[in-house]
Design a protein around this ligand. Structure first.
Ligand SMILES: CC(C)(COP(=O)(O)OP(=O)(O)OC[C@H]1O[C@@H](n2cnc3c(N)ncnc32)[C@H](O)[C@@H]1OP(=O)(O)O)[C@@H](O)C(=O)NCCC(=O)NCCS
Length: 286
């Protein structure tokens, strides 16, 4: 078996790509972020992830003391404690961050958002067991929430601020209170009907949510027209993602699809459309 040689240039390029992606994510999700420079210098959530990547690499290389030391130094600098064994996906945003604690066996999927004071903690002392939660893609955890135990929070779920979550939350669900209960009506049906299950699975697979809802708030949640249009936007986003996947697969098979690529400019920008629906005039105009 051939092993790829570790090329320092590739590692550096990957590091800068991730950093650029993280900065873009923060600018997109925090209306207070004014420039890339401000994000790079003033966002402890970004710094904590940089420390964590280094600590996690040491952990995987079995340099356990060094990993813990880097992690604790990161905590001293940022107020955010991420155990070096924790797995953190891409485009994760830890906003404000002070007091966040993420345990050793926690797994955080891509595109998750975590606010200050969140604990992804454990309730068992069994060494080597999965003691901390898994957040699937796109989960938002509100300020001060505690998610305790080795269960899964489904894709795109929202955890209300100060909630204490001790059981799994289904994909797309909203959990609030202590102990947390699931309040979003769509979630109640998700556990019952196969169609809703399929929808939840779709949500799990869909990387391209039409728009990020800052603070987990559902804009115009009680306006049926807005909800219907948001449903259509989400559907169009899923279709467009599938078409992209089909095009990529055809290209891998050698098909030339220049005409299709040329049509990209004619597509509706779903993110802007969604922002316009929510009355976010500046975002819609960008
Ligand atoms: C949980 C949350 C995502 C729900 O947002 P939403 O989908 O827009 O839901 P609504 O605001 O319509 O609230 C629905 C119900 O849940 C209740 N609720 C909302 N957030 C709650 C919370 N954190 N704890 C307890 N109950 C809460 C509301 O009172 C309402 O109850 P009602 O139906 O009896 O009136 C949101 O309230 C939240 O807590 N977001 C995190 C925000 C945050 O941490 N910000 C930090 C910024 S620094």
């Amino acid at each position: 078996m051939q092993t790829a040689a570790l090329n320092p240039y590739d590692s550096l390029t990957a590091m800068f790509t991730r950093l650029r992606e993280d900065i873009a994510t923060i600018r997109e999700r925090d209306p207070a972020a004014r420039s890339a420079w401000e994000v790079l210098t003033c966002y402890p959530g970004l710094h904590a992830l940089m420390f964590h990547r280094f600590a996690h690499a040491c952990w995987r290389a079995k340099r356990r003391w060094l990993a813990r030391f880097v992690s604790q130094f990161g905590r001293f600098m940022t107020g955010i404690e991420i155990h070096p064994g924790a797995t953190v996906g891409r485009r994760v945003f830890i906003d404000h961050g002070m007091g966040v604690v993420i345990g050793e066996t926690a797994e955080i999927g891509d595109d998750c958002t975590i606010y200050q004071g969140v604990t992804l903690g454990g309730t068992s002392l069994t060494r080597g067991a999965k003691r901390h939660p898994t957040l699937e893609r796109g989960v938002i955890v509100g300020a001060g929430a505690k998610v305790l135990g080795g269960f899964t929070i489904g894709a795109d779920a929202k955890i209300g601020s100060n909630a204490v979550v001790v059981k799994p939350v289904p994909a797309g669900g909203t959990a609030v209170g202590n102990p947390a209960r699931v309040i979003a009506p769509a979630t109640a049906t998700a556990a019952l009907s196969p169609a809703a299950d399929a929808k939840a699975a779709d949500a799990k697979a869909a990387p391209a949510r039409a728009a990020f809802c800052a603070y987990g708030i559902t804009p115009n949640a009680d306006d049926p027209v807005s909800l219907a249009i948001h449903g259509l936007i989400d559907h169009a986003a899923t279709q467009s993602q599938r078409i992209d996947e089909i095009v990529a697969a055809l290209e891998r098979l050698g098909a030339s699809l220049e005409a299709l690529q040329g049509a990209d400019g004619a597509l509706v920008d779903l993110r802007r459309l969604s922002a316009a629906m929510d009355g976010k005039v500046e975002e819609a105009a960008r």
